[in-house]
Design a protein around this ligand. Structure first.
Ligand code: 9Z3
Length: 287
């Protein structure tokens, strides 16, 4: 497993603007972990990763996610006093403007540089599975010293399969010669290394998405055991905005949107519960 993971990173195309990202990240963490006696910091991942089929990419495979869950959760974490590192897929929903269309014109109202520090919110974009995993590792390692006060809330829809960079054709795949066969390799499971090596003391929440409700709970329970995360949020695609189930060693809790309130979102109650659980975790870590 360790070998598979190191070879994934070694063969990944190098992350652009790495130094600038790292500088912003460290500055953000320093600022927030020293303010008000040490703020809690959460990394919220959001949106789907792409899998390029060509190095000079024209075609790619995508994982569905509008980014709404991540954006709404970010707003709630900020409200609860957290500093948020928002690792999001370019072009997906943004905190505080979830109902606005995805219009490049709106970008004019953001800082012109790629990263974006606004006190308690740092936005870092990704598109490919390569960018996502490199950024996640960078963030996890940067958060290591924040220990139990840090959290990973992994709502991004991450590809399970990919084309390894070295076996990927450089130029656009030619058409006109019949059907296309592609062999996809399995993306190594980074959740285990995140838990065991990258940020072992951080509170960690992962998500399980299924379209078949019959297998959802079983899969979520299996993921909880396998990756040793603190909770798995189980959701079904068609009902994900109405309810989720938080699966943890203390049992399963159904969290719903308050149907009688039109402005209510499932994330309001979900983040309340997660923040409570995180508080208990921090208290227990100090004992
Ligand atoms: C989720 O399950 C998210 O809740 C959604 C949110 C992507 C469904 P939207 O962005 O939807 O509001 O439109 N995220 C995790 C999906 C995922 O790929 N999970 C993997 C799995 O289920 C584990 S990392 O195996």
């Amino acid at each position: 497993m360790e070998d598979e993971i190191s070879s994934f990173f070694e063969s990944s195309p190098p992350q652009k603007n790495m130094e600038e990202i790292l500088e912003n990240l460290n500055e953000f963490i320093k600022l927030n972990s020293s303010s008000q006696g040490g703020r809690r910091i959460v990394c919220v991942t959001s949106g789907g990763t792409t899998v390029p089929l060509e190095q000079r990419c024209v075609r790619y495979i995508d994982n569905f996610s509008s980014g709404n869950r991540g954006a709404a959760s970010t707003e709630n974490f900020v409200k609860a006093g957290y500093a948020v590192i928002f690792l999001y897929r370019r072009g997906t929903c943004q905190p505080y403007c979830r109902s606005l269309p995805d219009d490049p014109f709106l970008e004019c109202f953001e800082f012109p540089d790629k990263t974006n520090i606004q006190g308690s919110l740092l936005k870092l974009p990704f598109s490919t599975i390569y960018e996502y995993l490199q950024m996640l590792r960078l963030i996890a390692e940067a958060l290591k010293d924040v220990g139990p006060c840090s959290m990973f809330y992994l709502a991004a829809a991450v590809s399970d399969f990919y084309v390894p960079w070295k076996s990927m054709t450089e130029h656009k795949i030619e058409s006109g010669s019949g059907p296309l066969d592609i062999r996809l390799a399995q993306v190594p499971k980074m959740l285990s290394v995140l838990r065991s090596n990258w940020a072992p003391k951080a509170f960690c929440i992962s998500f399980k998405l299924e379209t078949d409700s019959k297998i959802l709970m079983e899969k979520a329970t299996k993921a909880l055991r396998k990756y040793k995360v603190h909770a798995v949020v189980a959701n079904e695609l068609s009902t994900r905005k109405e309810e989720v189930v938080v699966v943890s060693s203390s049992g399963n809790v159904v969290v719903r949107r308050e149907c009688d309130k039109p402005e209510s979102f499932v994330e309001d109650n979900l983040i309340r519960l997660i923040v409570d659980r995180h508080s208990t975790y921090i208290k227990e870590s100090h004992n």
